[in-house]
Write a protein that binds this ligand. Structure first.
Ligand SMILES: [Zn+2]
Ligand SMILES: [Zn+2]
Length: 420
C-alpha cells in the first residue's frame, strides 16, 4: 500500500513550520518555513536601525554607541563561554573517540569474526534509522504518524544511537529549524564547522538557546507514553541498547572476544553513528547546491545523504520540513529512511504522511532556488508559466524571477514586456 499522500493544504502542519507569513514572495497555497522567513528578515543587528513609528528620534541618534554596547556584551559573553566547557560531555566524547580508535585498530588488524562486522553494520544502520525515521521525521517534525508498536521500535532504535533522550533531541531540533543560523540555533553553523559538528555539545549553551528552548512547545511529546518512558529510564536503556546488547550478542552467540566486541560493536559503531548525524548539522549546512531556496545555508549534500540515510537533502528539508521524505527524490536510493517508513506503511503501522506536491515544489524551486533544480524541462516550464501568470496579476517580482532565470527564451521575453 502506498503511503497516504496529503497536500500541504490538507495536512495539519506542526507548529514549528507554518507560521511565517510576512514574506512578500509567498504565493497562495505555498508554505514556507520559519528558516526561510528568518533568512529574509533583518537580523537583530539590522533591525535595531529601523525606526519604529513610535520610537523617539533621539533613540536613533547614536548607533555607534549601541554597536559598542552590543559588542561589549557579546565579548563578555564569549569570555565567559571560553571558560565554560561542558566538562562531562567533553570527557565522554573524548573517551569515546579514544576507545573507537582502538576499535578501528582492531578492525584494521583483522582480528574480528566476520559475523561481528556484519552485526556492527546492521546495528549501526538500525541506530541511524532510529534517529532519522524516529526522533527526526516522526517526533521532531510530525511528518507522519506511527502506531504504538512502531513508536516503541523507533524508541529502541533511537536509544541504540545514544543521542540523548527523544524529548531533548526534539527540543534542540525544533529550535534549530525555527532559529537556523542564529544564536538561538543550538548548533549554529555560522560559528564554524567544528562548533556545528560536535563543538556545541562541549560548551555551555548560548543564553539565547536557553531562552528560546524554554518557549518551545513540546506538549505533544509529553503526551506520548513512549517518549516519557524513554526519558525516565534513559541511562539504563542506553547501557542496555547502546553497549550491552551490541557487545554481548557477538560474545555469547558466535564467541567473539569481549574486548573486541565492546570496542567495535559498542564504541566504534556508536562514534560512527554520531558523526553521521553531526554531518547533517555541519557539512550539509555548508557545502552543496540550493535548488529550492538560495537564501539559506542548508544545502543538498550527496555525501551526507548517503552517510545519514537520506538526511543530506537539507535544502529541501529546511524548505519543506514537514515532508516525511525529507527529499524530492523518487525511490529510495539515497534515502533509506523513506524506504523504511514506507515499509511500515504497508503494515499499517505508519500513516498520515505529509508530502509537498510536485507543483508546490516546482513553483518554489523556480521562484527562490539557485537554478540548480534538476528536473524535466516540462515541469520547469510549467512552473515558470505559472509564475508569469502571477506576474500578469500584478506580482512583478515573480515576472522578474522568470526574466532573471534566463531558462526559457519565449517566457523571458514576455516577462520583459510585462516589466516595461
Ligand atoms: Zn539543518
Ligand atoms: Zn529537521
Amino acid at each position: 500500500m502506498p503511503p497516504n499522500i496529503v497536500t500541504p493544504e490538507e495536512s495539519n502542519m506542526s507548529s514549528d513550520n507554518n507560521n511565517g507569513n510576512n514574506n512578500n514572495n509567498v504565493e497562495e497555497g505555498d508554505i514556507i518555513t520559519k528558516t526561510s522567513v528568518v533568512s529574509s528578515l533583518p537580523s537583530e543587528n539590522q533591525s535595531r536601525h529601523f525606526q519604529h513609528p513610535d520610537q523617539p528620534v533621539e533613540d536613533l541618534q547614536h548607533p555607534e554607541e549601541d554597536d559598542k554596547k552590543e559588542h561589549e556584551t557579546q565579548e563578555r559573553w564569549e569570555r565567559q563561554q571560553g571558560g565554560q566547557l561542558a566538562w562531562r560531555s567533553t570527557i565522554l566524547i573524548l573517551s569515546l573517540h579514544l576507545l573507537s580508535a582502538a576499535g578501528c585498530w582492531v578492525l584494521l588488524i583483522g582480528g574480528l569474526c566476520r559475523a561481528t562486522i556484519v552485526w556492527t553494520i546492521l546495528w549501526g544502520i538500525g541506530g541511524g534509522l532510529g534517529v532519522t525515521a524516529g526522533a527526526h521525521r516522526l517526533w521532531a517534525h510530525r511528518s507522519y504518524s506511527a502506531r504504538r508498536p512502531l513508536r516503541i521500535l523507533l524508541m529502541i532504535l533511537f536509544t541504540v544511537a545514544g543521542e540523548n533522550d527523544i524529548y531533548e533531541w526534539t527540543r534542540d531540533h525544533r529550535l534549530h529549524h525555527r532559529h537556523s543560523e542564529t544564536d538561538a540555533d543550538p548548533h549554529n553553523a555560522r560559528r564554524g564547522f567544528f562548533f556545528a559538528h560536535c563543538g556545541w555539545l562541549m560548551v555551555r549553551k548560548h543564553p539565547e538557546v536557553m531562552r528560546q528552548g524554554a518557549k518551545t512547545d513540546l506538549s505533544d511529546l509529553l503526551r506520548d507514553p513512549v517518549v516519557r518512558f524513554q526519558r525516565k529510564y534513559y541511562l539504563r536503556l542506553v547501557a542496555l541498547f547502546t553497549f550491552a546488547i551490541p557487545t554481548l550478542v557477538p560474545v555469547l552467540v558466535w564467541g567473539e572476544s569481549l574486548l573486541y566486541a565492546f570496542l567495535v560493536a559498542g564504541c566504534f559503531k556508536y562514534t560512527c553513528t554520531l558523526h553521521c548525524t553531526w554531518l547533517v548539522n555541519s557539512a550539509a549546512h555548508m557545502w552543496g547546491m540550493h535548488p529550492y531556496e538560495e537564501g539559506i545555508n542548508p544545502a543538498e549534500n550527496h555525501f551526507v545523504a548517503f552517510a545519514a540515510l537520506g538526511e543530506g537533502w537539507h535544502n529541501y528539508h529546511h524548505v519543506f520540513p514537514w515532508d516525511y521524505r525529507a527529499a524530492e527524490l523518487p525511490g529510495y536510493v539515497g534515502n533509506l529512511t523513506t524506504g523504511f517508513i514506507d515499509f511500515f506503511s504497508t503494515l499499517g503501522w505508519a500513516y498520515n504522511f505529509k508530502t509537498a506536491s510536485p507543483d508546490l515544489v516546482a513553483r518554489r524551486a523556480v521562484r527562490t532556488g539557485d537554478g540548480s533544480w534538476n528536473t524535466p524541462k516540462e515541469r520547469r516550464r510549467s512552473a515558470a508559466k505559472e509564475l508569469l501568470l502571477a506576474g500578469t496579476r500584478g506580482t512583478n517580482q515573480a515576472a522578474e524571477k522568470v526574466r532573471e532565470s534566463c531558462v526559457f527564451k519565449g517566457l523571458r521575453k514576455k516577462a520583459e514586456e510585462l516589466r516595461n
